[in-house]
Design a protein around this ligand. Structure first.
Ligand code: BDR
Ligand code: CA
Length: 310
């Protein structure tokens, strides 16, 4: 029986690759994509989500959720992802429809309708939709099987500030709610995703697939590689969000530690920092499986094999 997941996302080229990886994988049943404001504002993230589903030739329903963080003004990242959030080769405007229901209502209804412990949430952006659903309907919290998310950093520091990673920084109050929820958490921080760098050979392998998906993935990676190369001086771009889906497919690709992780919501200097007790010095209860390592070659082997199926 495939594992039922809901991908909560702000596409984003790396979100897009994650979504395609999930749609290409029979071990996973993607119940829906729920869009949230993040890399770009909500009208673009929901549109991009529909574009990606259409590119894959699937019918996965797409819901639009929160257009702003719980308590703060939205911070976006067009400087990384481009004006559309999905800059790369031009793709046609999607005809795949947007669902009428709000993503938060969808999350609540779906978690209530399915047996407890059967749905895994996969957040790839700010945690606003998930936290709003948890606040509005606390009865759904124990019904979530697991949350596997991309966010945070420990030894790697941050990427939007010296201390904070983008997804957590954009809505730290939402992240705080999720990290304190008691739901089993698996976290893919920058410590992992900065090891999951594309290579030129892999991008060309994608292009050589000769499929619309291969062309799109190569062009997206080319687009945001420019930014990361300029910033970090490394060749290749980190495919952050696909680490979440790769973990569901092949957990043995990743290593980490079960530790306590708290979210900084007060300090201006370190706002959105994931205070990760890697050395277990705080005495606080572990609440997250916080990953630190990835088998890079295995990860890209999985991506190549799966994306080649679309
Ligand atoms: C995260 O922020 C976004 O820019 C990416 O899509 C990823 O989810 C990395 O910090
Ligand atoms: Ca993302």
């Amino acid at each position: 029986m495939p594992r039922k997941i809901i991908i909560d996302t702000d596409p984003g080229q790396d979100d897009a690759v994650a979504i395609l990886l999930a749609l290409a994988s029979p071990e996973l049943e993607v119940l829906a994509l729920t869009a949230v404001a993040g890399n770009v504002p909500l009208p673009l993230t929901q549109k991009n989500a529909r574009t990606i589903v259409q590119l894959a030739g699937h019918q996965t329903p797409v819901y639009a959720g929160c257009d702003a963080p719980l308590k703060r003004t939205l911070v976006t990242a067009e400087y990384v992802h481009g004006k559309t959030g999905l800059d790369g080769i031009p793709l046609p405007d999607p005809t795949h429809p947007l669902q009428d229901q709000h993503a938060v209502d969808y999350l609540i209804d779906t978690l209530r309708a399915h047996p407890a412990g059967t749905i895994t949430l996969c957040p790839l952006g700010p945690l606003t939709n998930i936290a709003t659903a948890f606040q509005r309907a606390p009865d759904i919290i124990p019904r979530v099987a697991e949350i596997v998310l991309m966010g945070g950093g420990c030894f790697e520091g941050g990427n939007i500030t010296p201390a904070a990673e983008f997804n957590i920084y954009v809505d730290p109050e939402a992240a705080d709610i999720v990290f304190k929820s008691g739901v089993p958490l698996v976290v893919m921080p920058l410590d992992v995703t900065h090891k999951a760098l594309t290579s030129r050979a892999w991008v060309e392998e994608m292009r050589a697939l000769g499929t619309p998906v291969g062309q799109a993935v190569a062009s997206w990676t080319d687009f945001f590689e420019r930014f990361d190369t300029a910033k970090y001086g490394s060749e290749g771009a980190p495919l952050h969000d696909p680490c979440v889906i790769a973990y569901l497919l092949e957990p043995a690709l990743f290593t980490g530690r079960h530790i306590n992780v708290e979210i900084e919501t007060g300090s201006e200097l370190t706002l959105g920092m994931t205070v990760a007790d890697w050395w277990r010095v705080s005495g606080r209860e572990p609440n997250a499986m916080f990953m630190g390592g990835v088998d890079r070659d295995g990860f890209y082997r999985l991506l190549t094999e799966r994306l080649g199926r679309l």
